[in-house]
Design a protein around this ligand. Sequence first.
Ligand code: F6P
Length: 368
Amino acid sequence: MPETIKRIAINTGGGDAPGLNAVIRAVVISALNKGWEVIGIRDGYNGLFKPEDYPNGGLINLTKDDVKGITILGGTILGTTNKGNPTRYPVTDKNGDMIEIDITDKIMDKFNENNIDALIAVGGDGSLLIANCFAKKGLKVIGVPKTIDNDLDGTVITFGFDTAVSFATEALDRLHSTAQAHGRIMVVEVMGRYAGWIALNSGISGLADAILIPEIPYDINKVASAIKEVYQEKHKYSIVVVAEGATPKGGTHSVLSKELGRADKLGGIGDKVANELQELTGHEARSVILGHLLRGGSPTTFDRLISLRFGAAAIRALAEGESGVMVALDPPTVNYIPLEEATNRMKVVPLDCDSLRTARELGIAFGD
Ligand code: F6P
């Protein structure tokens, strides 16, 4: 079985995360060292499915030279997309209406036409669910867990998360002085659609007074009381971290826009919380959205290392005859777990986890 592999493909899907290029480098070098050819697919599956959109080729033959020096770079040399999920691909029907169709069989044909024996799919839950469809159709598939949100189950951590948390913490450190100088409440909105890991970890490390996460719907009056106490008992300013997916008790997400075939665009919760806190506490408030800054820049040492380990482990898994699995950090080693298992449950912040308990013991409010 494993010895039949001659030519493998790699793609990066969903939102980018620091460490994607390090994974690509490890995959390319490890695979070339086994005598396999490596093809990079541009922009998720687009380079394979819509080659006409790529005058220089939707598939790139990757050599050691192509991946030289890319470990420290953010983004992805292959490009990525979080539009046009192949299982729910948006097309216009004969009445001119937008509908969603499944194009995975067509993409499977393209894998076969291009003599691709296996796919290394680097992505979050959405991308790995799609990759699992191809595994079920007979392609050898190994998933690599990526997301700054750290919401993938089955792995202790995803790459990209450490860089995002480190940057958010640095931003919070900087905001303390300006908040203090003006006696203001600074509300910092961070990414974290369904899971509050970035908000929780950066909020604890960056000494926030309140952290609002999707897992704990908040009561703004309780957050305001906690902030008033901070002004009376601790210091005359306050820092609040809000995950973009946080919701008020009984309320809904702050959605900026909706589009067929992709997740809702979230945003605006930071502004809302800042305005409400200003009114309820009488203290001036400002909001800052860190947004895509969390996805940019060079990966931290931790993310470089874990990305290189994941990439090398993905090739090791293929060589050992594995398929339909995701590489996963299970300290001190990297294991393989079924893609099915990794994608059927989201890893949200458990309400009894040690970090949350620590935050509460340190006096951080969650608005519950
Ligand atoms: O999944 C990672 C993530 O960073 C989410 O937290 C966020 O909602 C989403 O990507 C935004 O993606 P984009 O703006 O690229 O569509």
